[in-house]
Design a protein around this ligand. Structure first.
Ligand code: HEC
Ligand code: HEC
Ligand code: HEC
Length: 450
């Protein structure tokens, strides 16, 4: 009697379970709907003006930085990217029909770029920044497609398979991740703001994918906010051994002390009186931001300046305090600073703007995270190439000359002088980054698109 009631209950329970399993299976295998099904585009008919527009959108989006390797053919793929699950490689996105995306229709391309699903329901890892590209407008996706089909030379080069082991390499769970973390709708204008602000928001959130480095990530490696409605948006984040600082109006660790024209200058020329581009920002500068029009850079600066800072996170406002480093000083790090660093950054920490950045008031000297200061001191910086000219002055690598303790001491010194209030740097933290990073290559990493 009891048993049969159990069987009946179990039977009834099985129905919703099966329905749920069916829905799940449908959900994870369904192709997202592209808004660009019609009118269809015939590649032969693509207008050269649309190809040129698409080339600019590709610049805004920095597709080349991941989909090419120095010395390789443009967009033929190959760059290795670390993910929490293991290494993957960016793929060949030249119009080669065998190894590239030559057989993609416009809707196929749209589904890959804005929804992260390649043909055959193959879910892409979000190392491809589709959570940001989801904001791209229909027109910009059409233009991008035109550029990749007609402006890029086809290259036959097989993709490198991912090194992620089974079962972590199963791709269907990415569909669930997308369901939770990706808002797959194009950018919608905020009507309470003007056109310049909206253009800036569109560029920063969408094509520029600035948040993929500058926004902190959650436990599932998701960016904690994808637009200004969340306060973690662009609040500063650690990625690949670099700290990409806050781009909000934080006085110390963000852009609070930068004017709008100074932000434009940094993104256009790679330097201003506050800072010089280095670390992973170099690839965004070399291959993307310097090619943006002045109007677009102004829009970006306008938008960034509208994002409020957080006084609690940021600390008491930095103010310069006169203090000179001295050769032979007994303060740990002071002697190293005076003999190894002061020739460029000055005994007074003020540098020689706009060529040698100040360390007094530098983000890397004020932020809690010391990764960028350690990394650049160990490894130096990649070459910045502005308007085709590699810069003459660069931060040298001290990996061979200084021990972990010496680097920790000199950085603790620079983070606690001239009004700087960064935390002390431990030798252990230097050792850890020493093991996991390489000296910056001296060849300029500027990648051709054609
Ligand atoms: C931050 C690095 C990064 C950037 C920037 C980037 N991609 Fe990707 N992309 C990747 C990676 C990595 C993959 C492979 C993902 C995988 O295997 O799941 C990929 C995959 C793709 C694919 C799928 C190709 C296939 O069939 O395997 C397309 C299409 C694509 N990207 C187009 C673009 C376009 C267009 C842009 C610029 C608008 C762009 N990507 C920018 C990293 C990037
Ligand atoms: C690949 C990662 C990456 C991307 C993408 C990226 N950044 Fe950065 N950015 C960094 C890192 C790391 C730094 C710190 C090093 C430096 O100051 O150059 C930085 C620094 C900056 C600074 C200087 C901040 C300071 O206080 O010194 C600005 C401004 C900036 N980024 C703006 C942008 C904008 C705007 C975008 C999007 C168009 C963007 N970044 C995209 C990694 C990135
Ligand atoms: C030959 C000149 C030179 C010397 C010597 C030098 N630097 Fe630098 N440093 C630079 C330049 C130039 C940059 C900007 C990045 C670039 O273009 O290479 C920089 C950037 C930095 C930054 C990042 C600043 C920011 O905006 O966040 C730190 C930190 C730093 N240097 C620390 C040091 C320390 C510590 C020493 C001594 C151990 C040192 N530097 C010695 C030229 C130098």
């Amino acid at each position: 009697m009891k048993n049969s009631r159990f069987a009946r209950t179990a039977g009834w329970l099985a129905v919703p379970c099966l329905v749920a399993a069916g829905l799940l299976a449908w959900y994870v295998t369904r192709e997202p709907v592209s808004r660009l099904e019609s009118p269809p585009i015939t590649v032969a008919d693509i207008d050269p003006a649309l190809v040129a527009r698409g080339e600019y959108v590709a610049r805004l989006s920095d597709c080349v930085a991941c989909h090419s390797v120095p010395g390789g053919a443009p967009f033929a793929g190959g760059l290795e990217m670390a993910t929490p699950l293991g290494a993957i490689h960016a793929t060949n996105i030249t119009p080669d029909p065998e190894t590239g995306i030559g057989r993609y229709s416009l809707p196929d391309f749209d589904r890959a770029v804005r929804h992260g699903v390649a043909p055959g329901s193959r879910r892409l890892y979000p190392a491809m920044p589709y959570p940001s590209y989801a904001k791209l407008s229909d027109d910009d996706v059409r233009a991008l497609y035109a550029f990749f089909m007609k402006g890029v030379a086809p290259v036959n080069q097989a993709n490198i398979p991912s090194a992620i082991p089974w079962p972590l390499n199963l791709r269907w769970p990415i569909a669930l991740w997308n369901g939770v973390f990706v808002d797959a709708k194009p950018y919608a204008a905020n009507t309470s703001q003007d056109e310049v602000w909206n253009r800036g928001a569109y560029l920063v959130q969408g094509a520029g994918h600035c948040g993929s480095c500058h926004t902190p990530r959650g436990l599932a490696f998701n960016e904690k906010a994808l637009d200004e409605s969340g306060t973690p948006f662009l609040a500063g984040a650690l990625l690949d051994g670099w700290y990409a600082p806050s781009l909000r109006d934080d006085h110390n660790t963000g852009l609070g002390r930068w004017s709008e024209p100074e932000i434009v200058q940094f993104l256009k020329t790679g330097r201003n009186r506050h800072a010089v581009v280095y670390g992973s920002m170099t690839e965004a500068f070399n291959n993307s931001t310097q090619f943006m029009t002045d109007d677009d850079l102004t829009a970006i600066a306008r938008y960034l300046k509208s994002l409020p800072g957080d006084r609690q996170r940021d600390g008491a406002p930095w103010q310069y305090q006169e203090r000179s480093a001295a050769v032979g000083s007994q303060t740990p790090g002071a002697h190293t600073y005076a003999t190894r660093c002061a020739s460029c950054h000055g005994l007074d920490g003020k540098g020689q703007p706009e060529w040698m950045p100040p360390l007094a008031g530098a983000t890397s000297a004020l932020a809690k995270e010391s990764a960028s200061a350690i990394n650049i001191t160990l490894n130096g910086s990649q070459r910045v190439v502005a308007a085709g000219v590699p810069d003459a002055y660069r931060m040298p690598a001290f990996r061979e000359q200084l021990s972990d303790q010496q680097i920790a001491d000199v950085l603790t010194f620079m983070r606690s002088h001239w009004g700087n209030q960064g935390t002390a740097v431990e030798a252990q933290a230097v050792g850890k980054l020493r093991d996991h990073t390489d000296p910056a290559s001296s060849s300029p990493i500027i990648l051709q698109m054609r």
